[in-house]
Write a protein that binds this ligand. Sequence first.
Ligand code: 6GU
Length: 225
Amino acid sequence: MRIDIVTIFPAFFDVLDVSLIGKARDRGILDMHVHDLRDWTHDRHRTVDDTPYGGGAGMVMKPEPWGEALDELLAEDSVLVVPSPAGELFSQRMARALADESHLVFACGRYEGIDQRVVDHYSARGRVRLVSLGDYVLNGGEVAATAVVEAVSRLVPGVVGNPESLVEESHEDGLLEYPSYTKPPVWRDREVPPVLLSGNHGAIAAWRREQSLERTRQNRPDLLT
Ligand code: 6GU
């Protein structure tokens, strides 16, 4: 999979050099490129923002640098992903859909967002997804794009070593994941639930299912309705 990220803060994406994502890049499974939006400006101050029409607080990202950047990076088969608190809620389902694509381009806006005509223009010509991480506000799309890149790329075949570790996780079956334990069997007077030491695989599966349901009832009752 190829991933291009356009941002005015390329350093935000240095974290994608480490861990499993970094290894997948080293092995050529992920072909990831981070671009500075200011490389598509032409004035001395490399201006990317301006005051909003209609007034109000903050600045809006100008459409021209975005148009030049995205004209260069988008191809026929690309999906443009625009992180925005006004977007569709990101989910494991959306991560799976994006993991099937061959090319994702992330447009990370700052300030009060990007001139709406940019999304309108590329929506009329190709596939665009406005994606929100949740009901809170970040300063820009960079942290959200990092989360989306990680959630998507770990579903790309070969990125996560053991594909079985992908199926038993939170949200893959619509429930939260059951709790996990490892050695020692007793730690600070707390025992590992005995069923996990029983060797009875049917009983273990049933216990884990009940734990998943209970956690979901406690923390995310909305997922059960
Ligand atoms: Cl995608 N962007 C921003 N700026 N804030 C957010 C978000 C995205 N998702 C939740 N909050």
